[in-house]
Design a binder for this molecule. Structure first.
Ligand SMILES: NC(=O)c1ccc[n+]([C@@H]2O[C@H](COP(=O)([O-])OP(=O)(O)OC[C@H]3O[C@@H](n4cnc5c(N)ncnc54)[C@H](OP(=O)(O)O)[C@@H]3O)[C@@H](O)[C@H]2O)c1
Length: 229
């Protein structure tokens, strides 16, 4: 029997992260899913699947990230998927936004995911994938204005920091993916979003799976199409 594949989903308490954990559980992977606080969604998933392990993590808390790294020291990951993110100051411009909102987004969406990748990357197998959830709004080339300027800036910063990470690992054999899931109905995406979690997540999972064994950094949408930086 081939060994089961393992994925770590960071930020899986609800929304897309919970959907990713559920999708990989259904595909019979070993799934390690993190929550900041006890998540009813993960609790329900754990009742359905024995292949789910729940861990506690706040991505912005360095001690919490280090503790999880120590707990997972003996694990080997086929996929590391950093999904955690926040959106604030939706209608604001740099002139009107609260500084604290911008700083929170830069810390949660840009700095902390890459710091986590730095600390966990040696757990990812040579043919594995390091994936981070970004957004189509991170694309500077596609920007036509008018949408969540400060959130977009934090995701563009995430993309830049992942590009810097990839540049520092020129001989890395793993795929490094920045994945945009589309506009999805979650607490963050809101009820007007055109996509359900069930419509986005399986495509994201397929795209990530297709990149196993394909080294290099890519910024892609849920279908795997390349997006302009
Ligand atoms: N929905 C969309 O249309 C859309 C589009 C493009 C990109 N995205 C990106 O997709 C990802 C998931 O978004 P979503 O729509 O599912 O949002 P969501 O429903 O608001 O869920 C966000 C998830 O991130 C977790 N999280 C936030 N801050 C965290 C922290 N400091 N440490 C650990 N976990 C933390 C949350 O945990 P708690 O429950 O503890 O808060 C929750 O599990 C985000 O990176 C988002 O930017 C979403």
């Amino acid at each position: 029997m081939p060994e089961k594949l393992t994925v770590l989903v960071v930020g899986a308490s609800r929304g897309l992260g919970l959907g990713l954990a559920e999708e990989w559980c259904g595909r019979d992977w070993n799934v390690i899913a993190t929550e900041r606080n006890p998540s009813k969604g993960l609790e329900a998933l754990a009742r359905r699947y024995q292949n789910l392990e729940i861990e506690k993590l706040d991505i912005t808390d360095a001690a919490s990230v280090r503790r999880l790294r120590e707990r997972l020291a003996e694990h080997r990951l086929d996929i590391l998927f950093v999904n955690a993110g926040i959106a604030k100051a939706a209608g604001a411009t740099p002139a009107t936004a609260m500084e604290a909102d911008f700083l929170d987004m830069m810390l949660t969406n840009a700095l902390s995911p890459v710091r986590l990748v730095e600390l966990f990357e040696d757990l990812v197998r040579a043919d594995g994938v390091i994936a981070v959830m970004t957004s189509g709004l991170a694309s500077i080339a596609n920007n036509t204005g008018g949408f969540s300027e400060l959130y977009s800036a934090s995701k563009a910063a995430l993309n830049m920091l992942m590009k810097c990470f990839a540049s520092r690992h020129p001989n890395d054999t793993r795929a490094i993916l920045l994945v945009a899931p589309g506009w999805v109905r979650t607490d963050m995406g809101g009820s007007n979003a055109p996509l359900s979690i069930e419509e986005s997540v399986p495509l994201v999972v397929e795209t990530v799976a297709r990149h196993r064994g394909k080294p290099g950094l890519r910024f892609v949408d849920r279908h795997g199409n390349t997006l302009p930086w």
